[in-house]
Design a protein around this ligand. Structure first.
Ligand code: NAD
Ligand code: DAU
Length: 331
């Protein structure tokens, strides 16, 4: 099987590429990645002998046409992925998340190639704290940010290409991932690397916002389950019942680092900050028999801390610029 992985030099895509090389020796992997600020060739070094890396954009029609024509399956991770960046400048989000996905859809339509679209729970907007409800595949779309609205738009393009053109596609909407190779702009790696540097973690607002954490390896085993066994045209929600508020996450990290529980700073809140995400993954569990393996958040977090301690050369070159950018918005 020839698999084209878009965004394979980013956080989740790189972990997916590693997992695929490790567990699927029959798969021939090509990665298409623009190597934006968020992509890093170093993330693919451990699998470099088994992967063809093509540097280019998913919005580059001739390039996409050629690569899709040489593939059996496209797994589409590439995106502008950070909410805070989308509030500063939405334009690359429209270009990559909408125009890029459109370009890929036209190519898979032309070549009759199977497509799996990676998306986010943020397309559903947010839930109230203490509401027993969780997101299901039937929850109406209600995105809040430029990031989540462009992801929502990309999902709708996929649905329309399935219905109107018979494209062989599936969609997954996953909750917040953590694990190795995540960019230091994101919440957990930002606080881990702050703590390594002896800097106090930064909590937006009161820190009561809830995210539904899943280890990136579990996200990726779910993606393979959907590619292997998912029904064409279906949407699968991926989550591992990992709801925690941001304060709890910071205090767990402080404990892991042997620091006091109040040794953090409250900083400016994110405009339009979604309060709570929570996933009901029953379709994935019941229909496809998927189960997460990393169910102990504390030990998953400890392993992630160890990874950042051992891979300083991977994250260090980006840290100062990320912090300088946050300083401009008081975060
Ligand atoms: P990331 O920002 O770490 O990586 C994105 C990758 O896409 C980078 O390698 C970047 O270079 C590449 N890219 C960006 N624009 C491109 C373009 N025009 N052409 C080709 N490559 C391009 O993102 P991530 O956190 O790994 O997220 C991957 C996917 O998973 C995204 O679609 C995101 O919406 C989705 N997702 C992420 C999470 C999460 O918690 N991080 C949760 C659910 C869904
Ligand atoms: O839910 C899935 C989404 O999860 C993905 O679609 C996105 O690509 C991914 O970035 C993530 O979005 P969030 O906005 O939830 O993740 P982020 O890591 O930016 O922030 C997580 C929470 O932590 C959020 O409530 C904001 C808060 N936060 C973030 C940073 C960077 C802080 O309190 N302090 C911080 O320094």
């Amino acid at each position: 099987m020839r698999v084209l992985i878009t965004g394979g030099a980013g956080f989740i895509g790189a972990n997916f590429t590693h997992q695929t090389v490790r567990e699927r020796p029959d798969v021939r992997v090509t990665v298409l990645d623009a190597l934006t600020y968020a992509g890093d060739v170093k993330s693919l070094v451990p699998v470099a002998d088994h992967v063809t890396l093509v540097r280019g954009s998913i919005a580059d029609e001739p390039l996409v046409d050629r690569l899709v024509g040489e593939s059996d399956v496209v797994v589409h991770f590439a995106a502008e992925s950070h909410n805070d960046n989308s509030l500063n400048d939405p334009s690359p989000f429209v270009q990559t998340n909408l125009v890029g996905t459109f370009t890929l859809l036209e190519a898979v339509r032309k070549h009759g190639v199977r497509f799996h679209h990676i998306s986010t729970d943020e397309v559903y907007g947010d839930l109230e704290l203490n509401d027993p409800a969780k997101f299901t595949p039937e929850t109406p779309y209600n995105p809040s940010s430029p990031y989540s609205s462009t992801k929502a738009g990309s999902d709708l393009l996929v649905r329309a290409w399935v219905r109107s053109f018979g494209v062989q596609a599936t969609i997954s909407n996953c909750s917040n991932n953590y694990g190795p190779y995540q960019h230091v702009e994101k919440f957990i790696p930002r606080q881990i690397t702050n703590l390594i540097d002896g800097v106090r973690p930064k909590l937006y607002g009161a820190g009561l916002n809830v995210r539904d954490w899943i280890h990136v390896e579990d996200h990726n085993t779910a993606v393979w389950a959907i590619i292997d066994k998912g029904r064409i045209g279906e949407t699968y929600l991926i989550g591992a019942d990992g709801e925690k508020n941001n304060l709890e996450v910071v205090q767990t990290l402080l404990e892991v680092f042997g620091r006091d529980a109040d040794d953090f700073d409250h900083v400016a809140d994110r405009p339009g900050h979604d309060m709570r995400y929570a996933i009901d993954a029953s379709r994935l569990r019941d229909e496809l028999g998927w189960e997460p393996r990393f169910t102990d958040f504390r030990s998953g977090l400890e392993a992630t801390v160890d990874w950042y301690r051992e891979h300083e050369s991977w994250w260090r070159p980006r840290k100062a610029a990320v912090e300088a950018k946050y300083a401009k918005t008081g975060q």
